[in-house]
Design a protein around this ligand. Structure first.
Ligand code: NZQ
Ligand code: ZN
Length: 390
């Protein structure tokens, strides 16, 4: 395993069905004033709001509510939350929802006590809050398995006016202090959101897996997570209330992006960079933007990391190597990925997301460039998108 690293993660995870008891314990570690952040109201329909507010009452908290966090949360909404958090001098932000709500809560937690242009400082310049700047602790109750936001520092915010969707990965002060992971809380998700979450998880693992060629434990962990995800996805698609499958998916999501499997690795993240720009242009659901371009992206970079793609085919998709060249095996792995995208009902082209051919140049120009096996150029992105249009 090459590369030096530090691994530390401060999130206390409470996994399983005894949510009330767990939340009670978790909240006891924080002050009285709680900013309760949630999205467009799904938590009121599925009973999670009632459960959480009951515990907040029992723990004698003073609750300030901040609702309406939209998928792909916007800068305008962030600034509204910053004002509320500061005015009320809250002791804890409790995010109840999916990645958007948790990302948003971290953004508010970082920006509330920053006296300047928070967007410019944290998201554009990628600075951390200064050591002497107050940041508000965040806790979370997760309702959608996908982003890993419950155990990482990621906060992705969209500046709608300038069509910019930027992610800031904050340091340990902004990683949630606790996360309540109750797989049953994901049962009420519409099928397309469950599927988008599943593909997001797969993409997080692949973004870390497709880089480097040393013998790294991180890659063996990644392969195990992908195999488990594929198996559980096949159960969950047919039987969405299958606790075993949904609990596996939730646990894989958390470990896919809490930095563990990226340790010692260069990593890629270009599928995410392109998908973020697509999101800024179309408001596409994050996981669907990833699935729509993945096959086209991996076909473009395959020859630069052909050993790893062949290993992916053999280990993750169990494709026999006999009778195939390494390139043929590698290509068969990408075909298997594409077939699985269709099998679970994720988007397999960008046209269904609203991307049209005349948007391709602008999307390519607005995307942050990087890569794992290949340094990606603007021209590469144009080619990927052309291959991903139906
Ligand atoms: O807003 P509500 O009413 O809650 O409805 C949400 C929303 O419409 C709904 N939902 C969530 N849980 C539900 C539910 N509906 C019924 N039952 C439930 N249990 O699902 C919709 C999508 O929710 P959202 O939070 O937007 O989805 P997700 O968790 O996929 O988060 C996406 C955001 O996270 C960012 C994405 O870019 C996007 O902005 N990401 C964050 C990352 C991180 N923190 O590390 C990394 C990811 O790569 C990603 O970029
Ligand atoms: Zn993602």
């Amino acid at each position: 395993m090459l590369g030096n690293f530090i691994y530390y993660n401060p999130t206390k995870l409470y996994f399983g069905t005894e949510v009330e008891k767990n939340l009670h314990d978790a909240l006891n570690n924080f002050g009285k004033k709680v900013l309760l952040v949630y999205g467009g109201g799904s938590i009121k329909n599925n009973g999670i709001y009632a459960t959480v507010t009951k515990v907040l009452k029992e723990t004698d908290k003073e609750v300030i509510e901040l609702s309406g966090v939209m998928p792909n949360p916007t800068l305008a909404k962030l600034l509204e939350g910053v004002k509320i958090a500061k005015e009320n001098d809250v002791d804890l932000i409790l995010a109840v929802g999916g990645g958007s709500t948790i990302d948003y809560s971290k953004g508010v937690a970082a920006a509330a006590w920053y006296d300047g242009d928070a967007w410019e400082n944290f998201w554009v310049k990628q600075n951390e809050p200064a050591a002497d700047q107050k940041v508000i602790p965040v806790g979370s109750v997760l309702t959608l398995a996908g982003t890993g936001s419950e155990m990482n520092g990621g906060s992705v915010i969209t500046d709608e006016e300038h069509k910019l969707k930027l992610g800031k990965v904050f340091g340990e002060r902004l990683i949630p202090k606790f996360a309540i992971l109750n797989p049953e809380y994901t049962f009420s998700l519409p099928q397309n959101q469950m599927v988008a979450g599943i593909f997001d998880i797969m993409s997080h693992i692949m973004e870390q897996y497709f880089s480097g060629d040393d013998d790294s434990t991180s890659d063996y962990l990644a392969e195990g997570l992908m195999r488990s995800l594929i198996a559980s996805s096949r159960v969950a698609i047919k039987d969405p209330k299958n606790y075993e499958a949904r609990s596996n998916i939730m646990w894989i999501a958390t470990w896919a992006l809490n930095t563990l499997i990226g340790k010692g690795k260069r990593q890629d993240w270009m599928v995410h960079m392109i998908a973020h720009t697509i999101g800024a242009f179309t408001h596409a659901t994050h996981g669907m933007a990833l699935s729509a371009i993945s096959a086209a992206y991996y076909r473009l970079i395959m020859k630069f990391g052909v050993h790893r793609f062949a290993r992916f085919a053999k280990v993750v998709w169990e494709i026999p190597a006999e009778g195939k060249t390494e390139s043929e095996l590698a290509a068969a792995g990408i075909d298997a990925l594409e077939n699985w995208i269709k099998e679970i009902g994720a988007a397999s082209n960008v046209s269904v997301l609203g991307v049209t051919s005349d948007m391709i140049d602008d999307i390519a120009a607005a995307t942050i460039l990087g890569g794992g096996y290949k340094q990606i150029t603007k021209e590469d992105i144009v080619e990927i998108l052309k291959n991903a249009v139906k």
